[in-house]
Ligand binder design. Structure first.
Ligand SMILES: Cc1cc2nc3c(=O)[nH]c(=O)nc-3n(C[C@H](O)[C@H](O)[C@H](O)COP(=O)(O)O)c2cc1C
Length: 167
């Protein structure tokens, strides 16, 4: 099916969201791609935009939020990664938060999120916290989450994304 011209615009500090962007790029017809890369240099000609973010304080990263605030009359597929996973409700909360930055003249045609590994410095910080007598009650849960995140995005995450994109 001809879905028309599109751009894939994404932020990725440590490569997790880039894996999703590469996956989307690989399944769409390359001759219809107007732009693949960072928000700062994106030209916004395509009607269909795949917009990828990493989660920063429960919202999209600031470069993506800035991009979204500029968009009018686009079709938008939102995709992103977050360090905390395991709950569809958590992902939905982030996506709902992000959609508040999308002007109603646009249509969010789809969305996808999965977990993404975090830097080792985060685990080191958790371990230091745990060594203190007064640490957060959920510190073991935070460490477990960190360790679960290490393998993500994994092949299952990417396969689910492919299915949604081609669906
Ligand atoms: C400054 C900072 C803030 C973050 N805030 C959150 C957050 O609020 N919630 C969350 O689930 N993950 C948070 N993370 C984790 C990242 O969203 C996650 O590791 C993501 O997969 C990184 O994507 P990237 O590899 O494409 O940069 C944060 C990471 C950083 C560096």
């Amino acid at each position: 099916m001809d879905k028309g011209r599109y751009s894939i615009i994404f932020s990725s500090l440590t490569g997790n969201t880039k894996k999703l962007a590469d996956t989307i790029r690989a399944v769409l017809p390359s001759e219809d791609c107007d732009y693949f890369g960072a928000p700062e240099t994106a030209e916004l000609h395509s009607e269909m935009l795949y917009v990828g973010f990493w989660t920063d304080k429960g919202n999209a990263d600031s470069a993506v939020l800035q991009l979204l605030s500029k968009l009018r009359g686009k079709k938008i597929f939102l995709f992103g990664t977050a360090g905390f996973g395991g709950s569809a409700a958590y992902f939905q909360k982030i996506l709902d938060h992000i959609k508040q930055s999308v002007d109603p003249s646009n249509t969010v045609v789809g969305e996808y999120m999965c977990q993404g590994k975090m830097p080792q410095s985060v685990r080191d910080r958790y371990m230091k916290m745990k060594a203190q007598p007064e640490h957060p009650a959920n510190i073991d849960a935070l460490i477990d989450n960190f360790d679960r995140a290490l393998s993500h995005p994994d092949e299952d995450d990417l396969e689910r994304l492919r299915k949604i994109i081609l669906g």
